[in-house]
Design a protein around this ligand. Structure first.
Ligand SMILES: [Zn+2]
Length: 56
């Protein structure tokens, strides 16, 4: 079973965002400090603002 490793886990806690990846539809995880989201499937990184614009 593949496990999603968060490269920033030690520095900034992350939360599962209520958004889907813009590329593959996978779950996005949000790094609140960096204002970024990363996809757990394809590892694409998005700016939080871009995700909001695309899905609101
Ligand atoms: Zn993805």
């Amino acid at each position: 079973m593949a496990e999603f490793e968060n490269p920033y886990a030690e520095e900034s806690p992350f939360v599962q965002a209520h958004f889907d990846c813009l590329d593959c539809g996978g779950k996005l995880w949000e790094y609140a400090v960096q204002r970024r989201m990363v996809c757990e499937d394809c590892r694409a990184v998005f700016a939080t603002g871009d995700v909001f614009e695309a899905q609101t």
